[in-house]
Design a binder for this molecule. Structure first.
Ligand SMILES: Cc1cc2nc3c(=O)[nH]c(=O)nc-3n(C[C@H](O)[C@H](O)[C@H](O)COP(=O)(O)O)c2cc1C
Length: 170
């Protein structure tokens, strides 16, 4: 069985979580981790399980304006490195062209600041809605992995992402 983990990421945290989720999914699944910019309809078609993740921007999925703002922040902060595909298109745009899932299993995650969700929003909720609208069957609950105000994943979050991947198998 194949699992495709599709992510959008500006600073690399969501990519790192995607890779950790893939570790949790294997060996039950043959896994592939891909940035959304490189993920085709054929990739999705070949997968038995689709896992989709994004950073939370302004309470939801990134938009062109928030990607630009994130890039500007990185330009003035030596501690932040932009992902190679960061300033291209994102999941919000990708979902507009996603083929219907016809009941294929799918799960959603995000990264966001460590604070109550009421204050932060959760991109994973938006991802889950898009997946449902495209007739994918939800596996597990939309889940957040947390970063600090300097955009570094909190200790233990990658281990939690691995464990979440194992739970998706179960
Ligand atoms: C423009 C912008 C808007 C953001 N808005 C939110 C937000 O509304 N809620 C939140 O929890 N985090 C917010 N964040 C923090 C991001 O969630 C955090 O940078 C992201 O999880 C890091 O993931 P990445 O390294 O994959 O880009 C925002 C970050 C940026 C750059």
């Amino acid at each position: 069985m194949k699992a495709l983990i599709v992510y959008e990421s500006m600073y690399g945290n969501t990519r790192a979580v995607a890779e950790a989720v893939a570790e949790g999914l294997s060996p039950a699944y043959e896994t592939e981790v891909k940035p959304v910019t490189e993920t085709t309809a054929d990739d999705v078609g070949r997968a038995d399980l689709l896992v989709v993740g994004a950073p939370t921007h302004v309470h939801g999925l990134p938009r062109p304006a928030t990607r630009k703002s994130a890039a500007e922040t990185a330009a003035s902060d030596d501690a932040l490195a932009l992902e190679p595909t960061a300033q291209q298109t994102g999941l919000r745009e990708w979902f507009e062209h996603l083929d219907r899932g016809a009941g294929k299993r799918a799960a959603a995650f995000d990264t966001r600041l460590s604070a109550p969700p009421l204050f932060t929003g959760r991109a994973s909720v938006s991802i889950a809605k898009h997946l449902r609208k495209s007739a994918f069957e939800a596996v597990g609950e939309p889940t957040s992995f947390l970063v600090d105000k300097q955009n570094h994943l909190l200790d233990g979050e990658l281990e939690r992402a691995q464990a979440w991947g194992r739970q998706l198998v179960a």
